[in-house]
Design a protein around this ligand. Structure first.
Ligand SMILES: [Zn+2]
Length: 79
C-alpha cells in the first residue's frame, strides 16, 4: 500500500468499514510511514472533536471536506 492509497482508504478505515485485509495493509503501512501516521492522527483528532460535540456519523459533506483536506496535506508533504 502506498501513501495515496492510505488517503483513499482512510475514511473507511476510520469508520471501521474497511475490508480486514486492507485494514491490515493500512496498519502495516502506518507502522513504517511517519507521514501517514501523522495524517491519521490529525484526522482521528478532528473526528473526535466533531463526535464529542455532536454524536452522529460524519455527514457526507464533512467526510468529503476531510478527504480533500487530507489529500492537500499529503501533497504539501511531498514537496
Ligand atoms: Zn505513507
Amino acid at each position: 500500500m502506498k501513501c495515496n492509497n492510505i488517503i483513499e482508504e482512510l475514511t473507511s478505515y476510520l469508520d471501521n468499514a474497511l475490508d480486514p485485509v486492507l485494514r491490515q495493509d493500512l496498519e502495516e503501512h502506518l507502522k513504517k510511514c511517519k507521514k501517514c501516521r501523522l495524517v491519521v492522527d490529525t484526522c482521528k483528532k478532528t473526528i473526535d472533536i466533531y463526535c464529542n460535540s455532536e454524536p452522529v456519523p460524519l455527514p457526507d459533506e464533512t467526510r468529503s471536506r476531510l478527504h480533500s483536506a487530507l489529500r492537500e496535506r499529503l501533497q504539501q508533504n511531498r514537496r
